[in-house]
Write a protein that binds this ligand. Structure first.
Ligand code: PDD
Length: 280
C-alpha cells in the first residue's frame, strides 16, 4: 500500500508524521472519509466542501489548492488499485514546538490513504442489519466540525462492540438521539416518513445523509428533519444509520430491544439500493 504524506507518495508501512505534529499532540486537525465505488470517489465535491468548512472553522490553511488535492486523492486510489473502498484524508495544523497557541509559520500536514473494502461483506451486514446501543452525549458542542478529536467516539464505539453491537448513538439529556459515533441516525415512522435530526443541531452534516435526502426527494418519500427520542426509535417501523463507510445500514435492535419485527426495513434497503443507482 502507498500513502501520500506531505508531498510524497511513500510505502504505507514506512509512512510517518513528526512527533510534534499538532494532530498528535492536540487533535488539532480535521479529516474526511470518502467512499470509493467502482473506482470513483462518491460525492467528492461535497466532501471537499465540508473539508473546506472544517478547515475554515479552525483557521487551518489548505495544504495545497483544491484541484491539486483532487489529483492526489485520485492518484492515491490509483496507486493502491482501489475499486471499492475508502479514502482517508487528514489535515492538521502542522508541526511546531508544543504550545497551545497557533504557531505562526507552520505548514499544515496532510496524509491521504486508501484501502479496499469488500462490498459483499458490507452487503451481508446490510442484509442482517446491525445493533446499536445508546450512550449519553459527552462530546464537545462543535461536532459539526469533522475534527480528529474522536476519543468519546472511540470509547462509545468500543462499548458498542463489547455489547455485540456495531454503533453507539449519542443521546441528549432529554432523550433525543443525536447521531452515531461515526454515522447519522434515522427512523421511518408508522406512516412512512423519514425522520432525521436537522444538521444545524449538534451533529455532523453527513455527506451520505445529504445525498440520501436527495434520493428520498427523488423517490417522493416524505422527510421530517427533526429530533426523535430513543423511545420513538424503538417503536418506529424502521431505523437505520448512514455514513460513507456503511451507506444506509438497517438497525434491527436498540439497547437489546428489537426495532419493529427485528428485521431490516424495506425503506432502508431500498434507499441503500437507490444510493448505488444514483452514485453510478
Ligand atoms: N464518520 N457523524 C459522525 C460523528 C461521523 O463521524 C460520520 C462519518 C458521520 C457520517 O458522515 P458521512 O456520511 O459524511 O460519512 C456522521 C466517518 C465515516 C469516520 O469517522 O470514519
Amino acid at each position: 500500500r502507498i500513502a501520500y504524506v506531505n508531498g510524497r507518495y511513500v510505502a504505507h508501512a514506512e509512512a510517518s508524521v513528526h512527533i510534534e505534529d499538532r494532530g498528535y499532540q492536540f487533535a488539532d486537525g480535521v479529516y474526511e472519509v470518502c467512499e470509493v465505488a467502482r473506482g470513483y470517489i462518491v460525492d467528492m465535491k461535497r466532501h471537499l466542501d465540508r473539508l473546506d468548512r472544517s478547515l475554515r472553522e479552525l483557521s487551518i490553511a489548505w495544504p495545497m489548492n483544491r484541484a491539486a488535492m483532487e489529483i492526489v486523492i485520485v492518484e492515491v486510489i490509483r496507486r493502491n488499485r482501489v475499486k471499492n473502498g475508502l479514502v482517508y484524508l487528514q489535515v492538521t495544523r502542522g508541526v511546531a514546538s508544543r504550545d497551545f497557541l497557533f504557531p505562526a509559520d507552520t505548514r499544515p500536514s496532510v496524509v491521504i490513504t486508501a484501502k479496499k473494502v469488500d462490498p459483499a461483506a458490507l452487503a451481508k451486514r446490510a442484509e442482517n442489519g446491525i445493533k446499536v446501543i445508546t450512550v449519553p452525549e459527552n462530546r464537545w458542542d462543535r461536532v459539526d466540525i469533522k475534527s480528529v478529536g474522536l476519543l468519546p467516539n472511540v470509547l462509545a464505539k468500543q462499548k458498542a462492540n463489547e455489547a455485540g453491537a456495531h454503533e453507539a448513538w449519542f443521546v441528549d439529556a432529554d432523550g433525543t438521539v443525536k447521531e452515531g459515533g461515526s454515522s447519522n441516525a434515522w427512523i421511518v415512522t408508522g406512516d412512512g416518513a423519514l425522520v432525521t435530526r436537522p444538521a444545524e443541531h449538534g451533529i455532523l452534516r453527513g455527506i451520505t445523509r445529504t445525498t440520501l435526502l436527495d434520493v428520498a426527494a427523488k423517490l417522493g418519500l416524505r422527510v421530517e428533519e427533526r429530533g426523535f427520542t430513543v423511545a420513538e426509535a424503538k417503536a418506529a417501523r424502521e431505523a437505520f444509520i448512514s455514513s460513507a463507510t456503511t451507506l444506509a445500514m438497517p438497525v434491527v435492535a436498540i439497547d437489546g430491544d428489537p426495532v419493529a419485527n427485528g428485521h431490516p426495513g424495506s425503506v432502508a434497503l431500498s434507499l441503500r439500493q437507490a444510493f448505488f443507482d444514483i452514485a453510478e
